[in-house]
Design a protein around this ligand. Sequence first.
Ligand code: DC
Length: 232
Amino acid sequence: MSNRIIIAIDGTSSTGKSTLAKRISKKLNYIYIDSGAMYRALTFYAIKKKYISTSHFDKFKLINDIPNISIDFRNNPENNNFEVHLNGVPYEINIRSLEVSNLVSEIATIDELRKQMVNVQHFLGNSKGVIMDGRDIGTVVFPNAELKFFLEATTELRAKRRFDELFLVDRNITYDQVLDNIKLRDNQDTNRKHSPLKKANDAILINTDNLTLDELELQLFSYINPLILKNL
Ligand code: DC
């Protein structure tokens, strides 16, 4: 029996999901898929095509354009990470901007787009040995995942973490802008009609407020190790 499993990590933004998932994937030699990067890449595309801005959103133009959009993940040999590609081009830096962050939750409400993204996610999870983070991985994408985590942390702490990251690349950004963005996305991601953010019944709830990344990693491995050994 294969010992490779699917690990789903869901939760609100900046709870440490992607940092932890990346660390764990390296230790297990698993593929890490950042599903949020897919919605960010779609948003970047929609901005470039002028389908969306802060003042308008032409949802149907974007939906009609779906056949022309290809999202996949390719290994970056420099850091050995799987990075999102939009129509064959990597946009890892561009998709992290505040402009994209402010519009991505709107894009992520569209069911037609979500269905396409879930197809890609299923394909990537086919061979197991995958750790995927997002909002609906344990509930919709891989409801049968062998292990599911749901990470939470207070809004202010998440905003502080995100601000510290963004400030390194954008000195004009303010803490309040980041806090507002996190509140906006929490609200949209939790209350949307299709695949809203919610803890799967069988997900393990982890509060990341007072724990270091090392402590969190240990905690997650205390659930992962027995499962992997059991499946050997
Ligand atoms: O993980 P992130 O913050 O980079 O995700 C960006 C946005 O994408 C998030 O606000 C909601 C959306 N998203 C989603 O709807 N479903 C996922 N599985 C992952 C992200």
